[in-house]
Design a protein around this ligand. Structure first.
Ligand SMILES: Cc1cc2nc3c(=O)[nH]c(=O)nc-3n(C[C@H](O)[C@H](O)[C@H](O)COP(=O)(O)OP(=O)(O)OC[C@H]3O[C@@H](n4cnc5c(N)ncnc54)[C@H](O)[C@@H]3O)c2cc1C
Length: 188
């Protein structure tokens, strides 16, 4: 059997995949990364970064309105949402280079932008290129189900999630109930 081209192929360039790719490369592993949308994933574009930036503006406005708590004359600001959202975009732009393909290439990671699929247990194909590896890391968040089983549709994944989530929650509530109940009976 031919020797694989890479030690690790990481599928998904979000927070998880980027950490694995940078860590692997820094330890001397030969790493390839595949990202089908935008490097940085949910955290940079839709999650942690935009939400915390927005929340910061809300905190500042709230603190200004209630500044008397800190012995400062209060002031009711009238924030402009467009300006706040422009700041959110600016913060994302400031972080984007850190997660960019250029930066990861400079770290020695072979970055491949495009949607791919497994064509063999040891091969992932993207943009007509076959990436073979000893280890694959699927870092596509819950979308791993889709990457692994492309025939699954989004609603099928969600339905499966609920079918597992509801019984597990019910069992958990019963167990917690029993645990709380017994010291209560002893106390009585
Ligand atoms: C509103 C909000 C606020 C949040 N705030 C925080 C916070 O403050 N702190 C915190 O720790 N977490 C926060 N999170 C959670 C955080 O965003 C996620 O935990 C994190 O993004 C998960 O990273 P990931 O790499 O697993 O997945 P993702 O970031 O989703 O990355 C997966 C990547 O895989 C790519 N991909 C998917 N399928 C394929 C494929 N077939 N081939 C190639 N690429 C593919 C996607 O395009 C994506 O870039 C927040 C989430 C939300 C929604």
């Amino acid at each position: 059997m031919a020797r694989p081209e890479f030690d690790i192929v990481v599928i998904g360039g979000g927070a998880g995949g980027l950490v694995v790719a940078a860590g692997g490369a820094s330890l001397g592993a030969k790493v390839a990364l595949v990202e089908k949308h935008k490097m940085g994933g949910d955290c940079l574009w839709y999650g942690c970064v935009p939400s915390k930036t927005l929340i910061k503006s809300a905190h500042v406005a709230h603190a200004m309105r209630h500044a008397d708590r800190w012995a400062i004359p209060p002031h009711a600001p009238s924030p402009r949402l467009a300006a706040v959202m422009e700041r959110v975009a600016g913060v994302i732009r400031g972080i984007e280079p850190t997660d960019s393909p250029e930066r990861f290439r400079s770290l020695g990671v072979d970055v491949n932008l495009g949607d791919g699929k497994f064509v063999a247990p040891d091969a992932f194909e993207v943009n007509g290129r076959r990436l073979t590896a000893k280890t694959f890391v699927i870092a596509t968040m819950f979308l791993w189900v889709r990457a692994t089983f492309p025939r699954f549709r989004y609603d099928q994944i969600m339905r499966l999630g609920w079918k597992i989530f509801i019984p597990v929650t019910l069992v958990w509530l019963v167990v917690v109930g029993l645990v709380i109940q017994s010291p209560w009976n002893i106390w009585k």
